[in-house]
Design a binder for this molecule. Structure first.
Ligand SMILES: Cc1cc2nc3c(=O)[nH]c(=O)nc-3n(C[C@H](O)[C@H](O)[C@H](O)COP(=O)(O)OP(=O)(O)OC[C@H]3O[C@@H](n4cnc5c(N)ncnc54)[C@H](O)[C@@H]3O)c2cc1C
Length: 288
């Protein structure tokens, strides 16, 4: 059985891996040559209030197992906590399956991790057949590319992220943000306001239009991130580069039967955490 997976970001790559393991012959279709997110956090506890991703108990060990086959994981996340939010974090974490330890002034998440996301995607993509082209229409068994070429397979999976959200046809919301690459390196991740992990500081959250449009980092955004980084680290890191992107969130549902085919995505900032789990669920639905 042959599958076309449109989108070679972390979601499409996880789908390709899960389908290949289930015996499918997979071809990736992707239009881009953008470099993508440089550092990815795989963090099951989100935001200021410490919301725990509902499926973290299954998703986090699976993500570690999948990505750990391709490169080393950098384990552990330190989250300093303001006194007023600590009780909320305690309540949520005590109820959850997420390993954690309270330390003076914050919480340590030993199983959260960060990865060099560009190297990870490159290694996951190695050896997979890939067609470069922009899909402009798709159905259960065919994809039409800009220029008119039509590709066919037994199944099509749409995993084209924020940029492809309009053609996914499942709605959702967008927020734009940036990641700064810095001269310093943070082997152990820390987060509050922004995260510092490896060579990166991330990420800002800016309102975005209702439809996807590419984001370009703004000056004020860099200033905001460096201020949050100084609060977190005690010094201002030195920016040497940046990456700008757009998150797409479909709020809790990530797998859709659509157009007679399948859409997977809308994970927002939990793409690296949840994609392996949902890719396997999709592979189970599609069968071998
Ligand atoms: C500042 C910032 C920081 C972030 N930090 C994290 C983090 O630490 N951890 C985390 O898990 N997530 C993080 N995210 C979110 C994460 O970047 C995204 O959720 C994730 O990249 C989504 O993966 P994806 O595969 O769905 O989409 P994408 O990475 O966007 O990949 C989609 C692919 O589809 C291709 N494509 C699009 N349209 C078409 C088409 N019509 N035809 C063919 N190909 C097409 C594109 O070229 C692209 O390669 C962050 C986002 C931002 C903005």
């Amino acid at each position: 059985m042959e599958a076309l997976v449109v989108g070679a970001g972390i979601v499409g790559l996880n789908v390709a891996l899960a389908l290949s393991e289930a015996g499918w012959a997979v071809t990736l279709v992707d239009c881009g040559n953008r470099r993508g997110l440089a550092v990815a956090m795989v963090n099951p506890v989100r935001g200021r209030r410490g919301s725990v991703v509902p499926e973290a108990g299954a998703a986090l060990p699976l993500a570690a197992q999948v990505y750990g086959r391709f490169l080393p994981l950098h384990r552990g996340l330190w989250r300093p906590l303001e006194a007023e939010v600590e009780p909320k974090w305690r309540r949520k974490l005590e109820r959850s399956a997420v390993a954690h330890a309270w330390r003076e002034g914050g919480v340590w998440l030993p199983e959260a991790f960060w990865v060099e996301a560009r190297a990870l995607r490159a290694r996951m993509a190695a050896g997979l057949p890939r067609i470069r082209g922009r899909a402009v229409a798709w159905g259960p068994t065919r994809v039409r590319l800009a220029g008119g070429r039509v590709l066919r397979a037994d199944r099509v999976v749409w995993a084209a992220g924020a940029e492809g959200a309009a053609l996914a046809g499942v709605g959702g919301r967008f927020s734009a943000g940036s990641q700064l690459l810095v001269a310093e390196r943070f082997p152990t991740a820390r987060a509050r306001g922004v995260y510092a992990a490896g060579p990166a500081i991330g990420g800002s959250y800016l309102p975005h239009s209702e439809r996807y449009a590419p984001h370009v980092t703004r000056y004020g955004e860099i200033v905001w991130m460096l201020e949050r980084a100084r609060e977190l680290l005690g010094f201002t890191p030195k920016p040497v580069g940046m990456w700008a992107g757009v998150r797409w969130r479909t709020d809790g549902a990530y797998l859709f039967e659509q157009n007679g085919g399948w859409v997977i995505g809308g994970f927002g900032s939990t793409a690296y955490l949840l994609a392996p789990l949902y890719a396997r669920r999709l592979a189970e639905r599609l069968g071998g």
